[in-house]
Design a protein around this ligand. Structure first.
Ligand SMILES: Cc1cc2nc3c(=O)[nH]c(=O)nc-3n(C[C@H](O)[C@H](O)[C@H](O)COP(=O)(O)OP(=O)(O)OC[C@H]3O[C@@H](n4cnc5c(N)ncnc54)[C@H](O)[C@@H]3O)c2cc1C
Length: 458
């Protein structure tokens, strides 16, 4: 039995930073990783997919070169091996940097292997038994495979196995029309594959407002992606080398024959093989570790951070979990999960930037609100760049004058959204933004104008 002040399980987006803070505070720390340092974001999530998004964007712009007066001799080609090599290089730099830093961090011992609780303060890794008064769980999640008829009869891809692809699938069928599925759909369409997205709900990204969802659908269809929504009775089968998806939309039966199948229908936490029962740690019906507002589990001295606690599903929420735990434990600063504002991006092109409430949520809340909506066709910078698809929508509270939420779908929206997000954190009224002088020509320069065009939400 080796004793530590703290044990961290998993090197996702919270664990390593927490290790750094704990050793700086003089604690003796063990950190355990069973596979790839940096977890999902670095190896199979944000970093590799956004690197692929960049390659796909380059291909898209190259094909549109003539619109900008640029001539390219011959056809625009995609070297999928080079695309993968670039992705691996970006991802690998992050992974190796993190691993090297952790292995050289004084006061921190790295264990390679699968960690399991054997008792409340005790964890096993291979033949080793570790003990600590404080244990931090940062085990993340993985792609889930729902019970779809015939799925067990075919080989399918997930976000993880997609990372090994160094060829162009002839026809990629994607089950799941949400964030992960749509990013892959546009990436592979721009690389030149036929792509069909099959979504069981009545529209794509069903958690977003209908106008946002429809605009994204139109953008993807406009690029030649075959989008099928409201798909019922989905069944998958193999036909020689092909994969066949049968389903019905209303009364119409459809059959899609593709070469590869990507499953993008949600994630599940890596908590089923962690021995949580041995430590008495409570999980919900879906396996997410239950935590309070400071990320403490029901067992004293054990915290859960990142995707495995079900309180967020993003790199920034996991990193924010680290900040909350570190602030509470080391800085005497009572930070809480409930302090944070919903925020995320969907990295299709043009991107969707989201902060706070959707219009549907504002309406459901019943509060008096105002709304401003502006098509990207009114944004000079978008015209200059030749990227006028999408719109911006902002909602404010009529009584408090605070910004309630925003959905920005357009060029630069993934960055512009932070103007609104920071105003929301500052609890500043929208009138501050209305009077601000923004820089020309930018997408952000239209935000003050939008604040002058607010209309009561009918
Ligand atoms: C395709 C895709 C694209 C994404 N894009 C974005 C994006 O653009 N922006 C964004 O914010 N988020 C994105 N996400 C989500 C983001 O990747 C995750 O929310 C984030 O990585 C969660 O980090 P985490 O700290 O919870 O754990 P993870 O990063 O999942 O890391 C957990 C680590 O724990 C290890 N582990 C698990 N169990 C054990 C065990 N028993 N013993 C030892 N080690 C263990 C794992 O090997 C892993 O290394 C994306 C996700 C996917 C799948």
């Amino acid at each position: 039995m080796t004793g530590y002040d703290a044990i961290i399980i998993g090197t996702g987006q919270a664990g390593p930073s927490l290790a750094g803070r704990l050793v700086a505070a003089g604690r003796n720390v063990a950190i355990i990783e069973r596979k790839s340092f940096g977890g999902t974001c670095v190896n199979t999530g944000c970093i590799p997919t956004k690197t692929l998004v960049a390659s796909a964007y380059a291909a898209h712009i190259a094909r549109r070169a003539a619109e900008f007066g640029v001539t390219i001799d011959g056809k625009v080609g995609i070297d999928m091996k080079a695309v993968k090599a670039r992705k691996d290089a970006v991802s690998g730099t992050s992974r190796r940097g993190l691993e090297g830093w952790l292995r050289n961090l004084a006061g921190c011992t790295v264990y390679d292997g699968h960690a399991r609780f054997v008792a409340p303060g005790r964890v096993s890794v291979g033949d080793e038994l570790l003990e600590a008064e404080q244990i931090f769980i940062n085990v993340g999640g993985r792609a889930s495979a729902p019970p779809i008829a015939g799925l067990d009869q075919v080989d399918y891809l997930t976000n993880s196995s997609m990372m090994e692809i160094d060829f162009l699938p002839r026809h990629l069928i994607i089950i799941g029309g949400s964030y992960i599925g749509l990013e892959f759909a546009q990436i592979y369409r721009r690389f030149g594959a036929d792509v069909t997205v099959i979504e069981l709900a009545t529209r794509l990204i069903a958690g977003e407002d209908e106008d946002v969802s429809l605009a994204v659908t139109e953008i993807l269809r406009g690029e030649g992606i075959d989008v099928r929504v409201d798909a019922r009775s989905l069944a998958i089968a193999r036909d020689g080398a092909d994969i066949v998806a049968d389903f019905t939309c209303g009364r119409v039966s459809s059959r899609i024959v593709g070469s590869h199948l990507l499953l993008a229908v949600g994630r599940r936490p890596n908590t089923d093989d962690l021995g949580l029962d041995k430590a008495g740690i409570a999980v919900d019906a879906r396996g997410y570790i239950q935590v309070d507002d400071q990320l403490r589990t029901n067992v004293p001295g054990i915290w859960a951070l990142g995707d495995c606690n079900g309180r967020g599903a993003f790199t920034h929420t996991s990193y924010n979990d680290f900040e909350i735990v570190a602030a509470n434990l080391l800085d005497n600063d009572l930070r809480r999960v409930s302090d944070r504002i919903t925020a995320y991006n969907l990295y299709v092109d043009p991107p969707l930037g989201r902060a706070g409430m959707t219009e549907a949520e504002v309406r459901a809340s019943g509060r008096p609100a105002s709304i401003a909506k502006m098509p990207m066709e009114r944004v000079t910078r978008a015209f200059e760049k030749g990227e006028t698809r999408g719109f911006m929508k902002i909602l404010v509270d009529q009584d408090t004058r605070l910004i309630l939420g925003a959905s920005l779908l357009g060029v630069g929206a993934d960055e512009v959204i932070h103007t609104l997000l920071d105003l929301m954190y500052a609890k500043a009224p929208y009138t501050i933004l209305k009077r601000a002088m923004h820089i020309h020509p930018t997408v952000s320069e239209l935000l003050p104008t939008m604040m002058s065009e607010l209309q009561p939400l009918q």
